[in-house]
Design a protein around this ligand. Structure first.
Ligand code: COA
Ligand code: U4Y
Length: 218
């Protein structure tokens, strides 16, 4: 799976794929997960955090979307700042080097174990790769609490920002996850992700930090 970085500067190249993503998100979040507040008459799942500032990671296999994730700078409105501020004991993080992750998905046919690494691990490793490459120091995430042991088990350090609370019948928590070399190397090692996954088509002008040597894992 290749993971394409889509942001303001190259979005025109990806206009069709981004539209397909909104329809897949509708199928997954509105139809499957029944997050009915996200329902829209046009059959696209798109909310107030899908803006020009939003960065999308889109996982493609043979030209088809198999996985995705959304990243929103915390200097812009986020789920934590605007919808669920009660999940953070202190005021929500607002820093240029911290992005909020949300809307991770894998299409149903690609979930679980298949030949090769899980799409779910590849897309998360790709998020860490993105953070390292553009120089972030952390992610905030509002997530269902069942994710916590999964994050720790993939080698990420996740600190709670407050107590879990019931949201629409699910225990939900806000965390801060460190972005650092070790977190990327660990998820790659523990989840058999072979190395960098990101494609930066149309983003030649962006400053990019080098990644750590994946052979440090050996
Ligand atoms: N509630 C509780 N646990 C869940 C869950 C849910 N809605 N979805 C997944 N899990 C946990 C379970 O432990 C599950 O194992 P199980 O199937 O034996 O119960 C495990 O994650 C693996 O999930 P699986 O669906 O097989 O696939 P995956 O690891 O390839 O992908 C997701 C995980 C979450 C990316 C994928 O299930 C997905 O896209 N779901 C729909 C979108 C979504 O819910 N995103 C997260 C919103 S917080
Ligand atoms: C919105 C109102 O999946 N409500 C909204 C809006 C909590 C609830 O948020 C509601 C979403 C994964 C939704 C649900 O009942 C993170 C992750 N986060 C969720 C998301 O939306 O992406 C939010 C928590 S679920 O109905 N809700 N949007 N207005 N606009 C995560 C990401 C990265 C990973 C691991 C997991 O590394």
């Amino acid at each position: 799976m290749d993971v394409h970085v889509v942001r303001r500067e190259n979005r025109e190249l990806y206009a069709d794929l981004i539209e397909r993503q909104f329809r897949i998100r509708h199928q997954i979040y509105v139809v499957e997960r029944k997050w009915t507040e996200l329902e829209r008459p046009d059959g696209r799942e798109i909310d107030q955090f899908d803006t020009d500032d939003t960065v999308y990671l889109i996982g493609l296999q043979n030209g088809e979307i198999v996985a995705g994730m959304r990243m929103v700078p915390t200097t812009s409105p986020t789920l934590l700042s605007d919808i669920f501020p009660q999940l953070a004991l202190d005021s929500p993080v607002r820093r240029p080097d911290v992005y909020e992750l949300s809307r991770i998905f894998v299409v149903p046919t690609k979930r679980g174990e298949h030949a090769g690494p899980r799409a779910e691990a590849v897309i998360q490793a790709a998020a860490m790769e993105y953070g390292l490459t553009i120089g972030l120091s952390a992610f905030t995430i509002v997530l269902e609490t069942w994710w916590l042991p999964r994050l720790l088990d993939q080698g990420w350090r996740a600190r709670p920002l407050g107590l879990p609370q019931d949201i629409n019948g699910m225990s939900t928590t806000a965390v801060l996850v460190d972005v650092d070399d070790e977190s990327w190397l660990e998820i790659c090692a523990r989840r058999a992700v072979p190395g960098p996954a990101l494609l930066w088509q149309g983003l030649d002008g962006i400053d990019r930090n080098p990644l750590p040597n994946i052979m440090e894992l050996a």
